[in-house]
Design a protein around this ligand. Structure first.
Ligand SMILES: [Zn+2]
Length: 100
């Protein structure tokens, strides 16, 4: 574990199942204006939402596409594809979920 970043190490100790998801993210996905600690807490919140209420969170994805003019028929396969990859799902919510 010598090469692990400190955040990953502390997350693994305290976190349980959520740890691997929380901190495995490419730096390119860090939104510049968001301070790191705020980003981490929001990412933790999105992880919790995706794991504890996936139905509601999938609805949020559909709503985001709806706001871009896609019909439910058009967005359904996209929502399913995002649901199939939880890490990218969280990345997507971090980028597009402006509800909080
Ligand atoms: Zn959310």
């Amino acid at each position: 574990m010598g090469l692990s970043p400190p955040l990953l190490t502390s997350g693994s100790r305290s976190g349980g199942v959520e740890s691997p998801f929380l901190f495995l993210l490419p730096c390119s996905l860090l939104p510049a204006p968001l301070p790191l600690l705020q980003y981490i807490s929001e990412r933790r919140r999105e992880f919790r939402e995706v794991s504890e209420m996936p139905g509601e969170e999938a609805q949020e994805v559909a709503e985001i596409f709806r706001a871009y003019g896609l019909s439910d028929e058009q967005s359904m396969p996209l929502v399913k594809a995002i649901e199939a990859n939880p890490i990218q799902w969280i990345n997507f919510m971090m980028r597009f979920d402006i509800s909080a």
